[in-house]
Write a protein that binds this ligand. Structure first.
Ligand code: SF4
Length: 371
């Protein structure tokens, strides 16, 4: 955990002097307490926080007091509160009457005051301010409500694309229908490569919808993010790809889980937790970004390496190179979408190996560019 040295360090050492040798200073006045246990130093076997039990909630560190809403940023006069969905498990409390209300969180933030942990300055990506990013992001937060009970993420992705096109002043492609059509084409291509989604996806859709505002924030506002216009236009397809891959992973996990438990058939409703979906989103960034752009033309600036591949896959990689290689010294104009080459190569492979075709292309790294 990172703790605020100004605010929390001395009280912490007074209450738990045994951890003094473990603290190491970090820039910005923070200290870090490395975790060498399977959980926090203060986490008891019954799931309670020993520090809170012994010293009371008021004594807890800022970061733990606000958890999971402990990623708090400042952009000018605007405060952005993101939640942390990757460190510890979270539960979807919407509609249960449990969980943390907006008023409770606002109250906690007021009690915590103005320390550095709740004022992290956020540099905006290029063009975000001019394009009134918070208006678009807020409208997407509101639109996420409908997706909570939908069986597919597709309509919500199309709505995001429509809202984005409108906000960016793009008239063409702004209609929901055309957004739906373009994203449906992507889904069809992914289905041809990875197999159609056959499992029940409603729970995965709900969880992805709950995570969407946070995932968008962390993608669009990360360090070295592209200009806001470019990033925001790609996000609906990227999130749809993330949902597609997550639904595939959930189906695989459901099968695995059923096998371990000796259940007679895979549990269709089994899905991944909010934490695992976030983990997957981070781990699959290159694949997700590639899938989101398969409707664009792309070229390879050098052939894919094949020496370390088994024969079938080496042949597939050579075919991809032949289809996508930029002719030496030639400029390449807009051509066929990348999906054509991917599907043509996949069609020559047995069905179980088709899902590896995008991974083969990812081996190109920077040698793959979109035209
Ligand atoms: S609330 Fe904080 S101090 Fe308590 S167990 Fe959790 S991480 Fe540790």
């Amino acid at each position: 955990m990172a703790i605020d040295a100004q605010r929390d360090l001395v009280p912490l050492l007074r209450r738990a002097p045994q951890i003094a040798s473990l603290l190491s200073p970090l820039p910005g006045g923070y200290v870090r307490l490395p975790d060498v246990t399977d959980g926090c130093w203060f986490l008891r076997h019954d799931g309670m926080c020993a520090y809170e039990v012994a010293h009371g909630r008021e004594a807890k560190f800022t970061t733990c007091r606000l958890f999971p809403f402990n990623r708090v940023f400042r952009v000018g006069s605007l405060r952005i509160v993101d939640f942390n969905s990757v460190v510890c498990p979270l539960q979807d409390a919407l509609g249960t009457g449990r969980g943390v209300s907006h008023a409770e969180l606002a109250n906690e933030l007021a009690v915590v005051g103005e320390g550095p942990l709740v004022n992290t300055p956020l540099p905006l990506p290029e063009g975000a301010r001019e394009l009134r990013w918070h208006v678009l992001e807020q409208s997407i937060v509101e639109a996420s409500r409908e997706a909570l009970t939908a069986s597919s993420y597709l309509p919500f992705a199309a709505r995001q694309l429509e809202l984005t096109s409108r906000q960016l002043g793009l008239r063409s492609g702004a209609a929901t229908e055309s957004a739906l059509e373009s994203l449906s084409r992507l889904l069809a291509c992914w289905g041809a490569l990875f197999g159609e989604l056959s499992e029940e996806t409603a729970l995965c859709t709900r969880r992805m919808a709950l995570l969407t505002p946070s995932l968008r924030f962390n993608t669009l506002f990360r360090r070295a993010a592209p200009a806001y216009r470019e990033g925001a236009l790609l996000q609906p397809a990227q999130l749809l790809a993330a949902w597609f891959l997550a639904s595939k992973a959930a189906a695989a996990y459901g099968v695995e889980h059923a096998a371990i438990q000796g259940a007679p058939s895979p549990q269709a409703s089994h899905t991944l937790s909010l934490r695992s979906l976030t983990e997957l989103y981070q781990a699959q960034a290159p694949l997700r970004d590639l899938l989101a752009r398969v409707d664009q033309p792309a070229v390879l600036n050098q052939p894919l390496t094949v020496e370390d591949l088994p024969k079938d896959l080496a042949t597939a990689a050579q075919r991809l190179s032949a289809l996508l290689l930029r002719p030496a010294g030639k400029k390449v104009g807009a051509g066929e979408p990348l999906s054509r080459a991917l599907q043509a190569v996949a069609a020559e492979l047995p069905s179980h190996a088709r899902a590896l075709v995008p991974a083969l292309l990812l081996r190109a790294g920077d040698a793959l560019s979109f035209v």
